[in-house]
Design a protein around this ligand. Structure first.
Ligand code: ATP
Ligand code: MG
Length: 584
């Protein structure tokens, strides 16, 4: 058996309530430091206000909604400055939060409400119609649906209307439940649904320990996160574990300032980055947009005010992105209109990002340090991350500490020889408790020795850099050869007239095999792009790959590659495009 370990020493294991870990404040972040700021409205939460509001929300859940240990709250919303408050609230008393993809329709929402057992929901006014329809299907009473924001809409109240007054002393608020080592392991904190890329989304049950230890693992690799002069832009969807861990947990824990964007759109994204070069919010005086907000913030804190160093420039230096956003930075003509020269580092994760795409990005922005991260909801989610100053581009990074990894040949069940491909298996305290209500899937994913079978294929180099080749389920089998869609997509994206691409395997009945077929978005704004033909695309790929990887299934030109907000190519939607809706 070959077991890989991190180059970093193991970290002390935080056997504690995940909320208590989040607020443990190792970097002495002042209570008045703004940690969450809406990039557009400038609504602000300071560290002290955030911590206090979580306790107020925990109190409201218990006293007004009758929540007890183990009860589940659903959040169905776009990103909000106070999403984090609503997410941590139940954890204070060992209740549970489940976060719902804001793009879900009523049926998908109903499934998650039912499966997770949620008994109350906070939603966004724009999603109220879907929220009501989903709740109705599973009998969740309308009186238990609340809103973000401060408006009553159609009789639905903001969740903040339930909060005890801001001046309520901490001693009168619900106290964080102390969990011993065993309880930390066994008590569910989050039910975070996987993206549903390879099948129906599964309810990943993460314990307090899973959540907190992964934060400790990530922070251990992240010297940069500790700096109070660093600002990150939170554009990743907060319902997804990538953002929950990186922004809501590690960000607050480290005292990093996060600029929150409700949802991604290229113009606002670029504009906010540009704005945070010159507008420099540093203290509560500068950040609060209303008198009330400022008063609330000041009352929320019992410590004397600390004026932060006014000469420190707070500018957006860090972007945590998914690959479609990197593609936009490389290929969209919009980007030229904005000044991004102050951005210093970009982390990308959640889906493959090729060396070619990264090199194109760095050619355009030579001052940016780039790294890739890898993980999955089942691992809370981070397992690998690159180092900004030592990144082998195209690699998904090196192992985080406190874990063991094997690469296993899925056909022989043996550990792959050095330099050979194998399925990534992970063991560590960050590996989930299991899938909610799905013992069968849990047993198929975590074996009796505790190894999580990730379904991803990788190779590792001699320096410990892991290269994710593709997902086992997505590999195309052409006459006994394996073809990785991600590799062909990376090649297609190097074509100057191709804006985006996705590859799937289709059946070729005559030859009784699967063959790769590409969906391609061509550059309609140039004459060469418009004129691009299927033959040219097939030839382009053929000139760069071994014979078995040619696009034998042909090419379909489309306007947009369907992708989730978490950056995944929605291959099942591409199949529907090709074959029509599945027959029931
Ligand atoms: P489902 O399990 O429901 O099919 P999903 O696996 O896409 O959906 P997530 O947990 O959100 O749901 O995503 C984890 C997966 O994302 C990983 O298993 C891997 O396939 C992919 N992934 C994450 N980071 C990277 C990366 N840096 N490079 C390549 N793939 C990545
Ligand atoms: Mg998965």
């Amino acid at each position: 058996m070959t077991i890989y370990r991190s180059h970093l020493p193991d970290q002390p294991v935080p056997y504690m309530n995940a909320y208590s870990f989040a607020i443990s404040n190792p970097n002495n972040t002042p209570d008045e430091y703004p940690i969450l700021i809406d990039g557009i409205t400038k609504q602000t939460l300071t560290f002290g206000q955030w911590r206090h509001d979580i306790r107020r929300w925990a109190t409201a859940l218990q006293h007004s909604l009758g929540f007890k240990r183990g009860d589940v709250l659903a959040l169905f919303s776009f990103n909000q400055v106070d999403y984090s408050v609503t997410m941590f609230g139940p954890l204070v008393f060992a209740g549970i939060t489940t976060t719902v993809n804001s793009a879900y329709n009523a049926d998908e929402l109903a499934y998650q409400l039912q499966d997770s057992g949620a008994t109350a929901m906070v939603t966004h006014p724009e999603l109220l119609v879907t929220a009501r329809a989903g709740a109705k299907k599973v009998g969740l009473p309308e009186e238990r649906i609340f809103l973000y924001g401060d408006q009553i809409v159609d009789g639905f109240r903001p969740y903040t209307s339930l909060l005890p007054p801001v001046e309520t002393p901490e001693s009168q608020l619900v106290k964080p439940v102390v969990l011993d080592a065993k309880e930390c392991k066994e008590t569910t904190a989050l039910i975070c649904y996987s993206s549903g890329t390879t099948g129906r989304s599964k309810g990943v049950e993460l314990s307090h320990l899973n959540f907190a230890v992964n934060a400790a693992q990530v922070v251990a690799c992240d010297g940069e996160l500790k700096a109070h002069d660093n600002v990150a832009l939170s554009v990743l969807p907060m319902y997804h574990m990538y953002s929950i861990q990186l922004h809501l947990m590690c960000g607050a824990h480290s005292g990093l300032q996060n600029i929150v964007m409700q949802k991604f759109n290229p113009e606002d994204f670029l504009k906010i980055i540009q704005d945070y070069k010159s507008k420099i919010p540093r203290t509560i005086d500068e950040c609060s947009n209303t008198k009330g907000n400022k008063a609330r913030a000041l009352q929320a804190t019992n410590t004397p005010r600390i004026i932060l160093n006014k000469t420190t420039k707070q500018i957006v230096k860090t972007l945590n992105l998914v690959p479609p956003q990197v593609l936009m930075l490389v290929k969209s003509p919009l980007v030229a209109k904005y000044d991004l020269s102050h951005v210093r580092q970009i982390t990308v994760g959640a889906a493959p990002c090729s060396r070619e795409l990264i090199e194109a990005l760095l050619e355009k922005y030579p001052a940016i340090a780039f790294r890739q991260a890898y993980g999955m909801s089942e691992a809370s989610p981070g397992t690998h991350v690159g180092l900004y100053n030592d990144m082998v581009h195209g690699s998904a990074g090196k192992m985080l500490p406190n874990q063991e990894v094997r690469l296993v040949d899925s056909e022989t069940g043996k550990d792959a020889a050095p330099g050979e491909r194998g399925e990534i298996w992970i063991r560590g305290l960050n590996v989930m408790k299991g899938y909610r209500n799905n013992e069968k899937a849990t047993k198929e994913t975590i074996d009796s020795e505790g190894w999580l079978h990730t379904g991803d294929v990788a190779v590792v180099d001699t320096r410990g850099n892991f290269f994710v080749v593709d997902r086992l389920k997505e590999l195309i089998k052409y006459k006994g050869f394996q073809v990785a869609p991600a590799e062909l997509e990376a090649i297609l994206l190097t074509h100057p007239q191709i804006l985006d691409a996705a590859v799937i395997g289709v059946e070729n009945k005559e030859q009784a095999t699967e063959v790769p077929l590409a969906f391609v978005v061509k550059n309609q704004s140039s004459p060469e792009g418009k004129a691009l033909t299927e033959e040219q695309v097939v030839e382009y790929v053929a000139s760069k790959v071994a014979a078995h990887k040619k696009l034998r299934g042909g090419v379909r030109f489309i306007d947009l590659v369907p992708k989730s907000a978490a950056g995944k190519i929605l291959r099942k939607d591409l199949r529907v495009l090709l074959e029509g809706p599945p027959k029931s």
